[in-house]
Ligand binder design. Structure first.
Ligand SMILES: [Zn+2]
Ligand SMILES: [Zn+2]
Length: 582
């Protein structure tokens, strides 16, 4: 059998990593990473496409890469992979992923000290050997140790096989629609599992169905174009795998038991365990089949999840809250929050245009935001030292302010706010003068460089920005990238206390790669009294819609509309702002 997409993607990713270690130009490395992503996300067999000479139809795959894929299929490897593997041991790739290091330093440490694994790196840092290498110092030892400690074991290994939420929902909804199209009339299929709980990333897809012809439906899973193979199929359901390597579990319920099955397979594990434990104290036993009552010796089945929770003496718990973070107690006392919804949002306070690294003009962004029903949009292009070649000099920002005001006069039905996403420099200062910042309606500040400094230095750096009299909000406060980069070292309790005192807002950045603050952090911030803002950080008109993922995080953080600043009209919000208080 041909290689599944996930195996091809892993091979291309490894080659990208090896080229990076080898000091190849960045475009070449990126080409392999983009190709790996395209292969991983391809809905059909890439091996079959390549053999038909059609892999070039995938985004980012040209003739050369198609040839490499064919070589891989025919020989199980490629000559460049073998050559580079002989030069660089596999543990070295894990080391390059540490934010404190990167490929150049990893190569240097390998050449000078023979460090070829995270374990050896830890030992060398503890033994203070890194400072002996020219250009490295004691500071690096501290940040390496901190980074190693924060990095979960699995992210030091190759790949993780998890899908980010948008991709998981898209796949789950496609599979559900495909099954419903093939099932008997009246067949209904819905998504359960961590995708339904709107988690950051999802390992496998859980589907729950009701149908009059269970065996037919289970067998039809194998016929979906996304499915590579099906291991088992019967009247209770089917298990299979997609071409991209994601496990798919289909379970078929009788309508009278749908509530039990849906509740059970939505999880989470800890939520269900706590639920079972609480039920036992009432003489009830909860399972995917129903609720068994010790007193009567009978099993109640529930058609809806509402009924499951009701029978256990609880109000309905939204899927996003089912993480065993106090939701059972709150449901018992009728104290669950009324969670924020997408419709509560009145405006977006973080967006980019062609002035920095965005793809659309001010006016295009304004019209798209108005189309979404927003009352206001802040244009917050990157500041001067952003470092991606799209710097906005102070003169350009002055010009941009004029352009935003002109567009605001031209476009009716939405208020455009002048703003900037200003860099927080390593010493905590900002890279525009106060006089210029004072001219803006809205200032957000964020860290885009020097992630590897110590926890204390990063905390002081962040608090300096929070206490700056002209900063309204801090964007993506921890710098994490889901499944790719851990948060930088920072004392968030100290940050929350400072933000609450200064009433500087902290952002839930809704980019699905970030979702930063995370659910747990956003909840901690709100509890500490920090005003929260949810922003898309859109770099094109389409990604204004990313707001949805920020709302998902806010709901998982137990936030209500009242906790989130941009559920208010701009005049109200402006009154809260620091400019108004000056
Ligand atoms: Zn940013
Ligand atoms: Zn941004």
């Amino acid at each position: 059998m041909d290689l599944p997409n996930a195996a091809i993607a892993d091979a291309l990713e490894e080659l990208g990593d090896l080229y990076e270690l080898d000091g190849a130009i960045v475009h070449r490395v990126l080409a392999y990473r983009n190709a790996a992503k395209a292969v991983r996300e391809a809905p059909v067999s890439v091996a079959a496409l390549a053999r038909a000479g059609r892999a070039i139809e995938l985004p980012g795959i040209g003739k050369t890469l198609e040839q490499k894929i064919l070589t891989l299929l025919n020989t199980g490897t490629t000559p460049s992979t073998e050559r580079l593997r002989a030069q660089y041991p596999p543990g070295l790739i894990a080391i390059t992923r540490l934010p404190a290091l990167g490929p150049k330093r990893a190569r240097l440490l390998y050449a000078e000290l023979g460090i070829d694994s995270p374990e050896k790196l830890r030992e060398a840092a503890l033994a203070q050997q890194l400072r002996a290498v020219r250009g490295l110092g004691p500071k690096l030892e501290t940040s390496v140790l901190a980074a190693l400690q924060r990095m979960p074991a699995r992210s030091l290994e190759q790949g993780g096989g998890r899908l980010l939420l948008p991709r998981a929902l898209e796949l789950g909804e496609t599979l559900a629609a495909g099954l419903m199209a093939r099932g008997a009339p009246g067949t209904h299929v819905q998504l359960a599992g961590s995708a339904r709980r709107m988690a950051d990333s999802v390992k496998d897809i859980d589907l729950i169905a009701t149908t009059t012809r269970p065996t037919t439906l289970a067998k039809s899973l194998a016929g979906l174009p996304e499915i590579e193979r099906v291991a088992s199929a019967g009247k209770a359901g089917a298990r299979g795998r997609t071409h991209s390597g994601t496990a798919v579990d289909l379970r078929i319920a009788k309508p009278s038991q749908l509530g039990n099955l849906l509740q059970h397979f939505t999880g989470s594990g800890p939520h269900n365990a706590a639920l079972r434990e609480a039920a036992v104290r009432r003489g009830l036993h909860v399972s995917e089949y129903g609720i068994f009552d010790d007193a009567t010796g009978t099993t109640h089945t529930c058609a809806s999840e509402q009924e499951v929770y009701e029978r256990l003496g609880l109000t309905y718990i939204e899927p996003e809250l089912r993480e065993h973070r106090g939701e059972l107690e709150a449901a018992r006392n009728g104290e669950l929050p009324r969670l924020i919804e997408l419709d509560d949002i009145r405006g977006d306070l973080h967006s980019h245009t062609v002035a920095s690294d965005g793809h659309n003009t001010i006016e295009e962004m304004a019209l798209a935001a108005r189309e979404r029903g927003y009352e206001y949009l802040a244009i917050t292009d990157h500041s001067a030292s952003h470092g991606f070649g799209d710097d906005v000099s102070p003169e350009q920002l002055r010009r941009q302010i004029e352009l935003v005001r002109e567009a605001n006069a031209r476009v009716q039905g939405i208020e455009l706010l002048t703003g900037s996403e200003v860099n927080i420099l390593p010493d905590g200062s900002l890279d525009y003068e106060d006089d210029l910042l004072r001219e803006l309606d809205w200032v957000i500040a964020s860290v885009h460089t020097s992630f590897g400094i110590s926890e204390q230095a990063m905390t002081e750096r962040m608090i300096a920005a929070i206490e700056h009299p002209l900063v309204n909000a801090i964007a993506h406060p921890t710098g994490r990238l889901i499944s790719r980069r851990e948060p930088y070292a920072i004392d968030l309790d100290a940050v929350f206390a400072a933000a609450a005192a200064a009433q500087t807002m902290l952002e839930i950045n809704a980019n699905p790669d970030r979702r930063d603050l995370s659910d747990i952090h956003a909840r901690g911030a709100a509890r500490a009294g920090v005003p929260i803002v949810i922003d898309s950080d859109a770099h094109r008109t389409d990604t204004l819609a990313n707001m949805r993922w920020g709302i998902a995080t806010a709901r998982r953080a137990w936030l209500t509309a009242a906790d989130v600043a941009n559920t208010q009209p701009w005049p109200e919000l402006a009154k809260l702002g620091k400019q108004a208080r000056q």
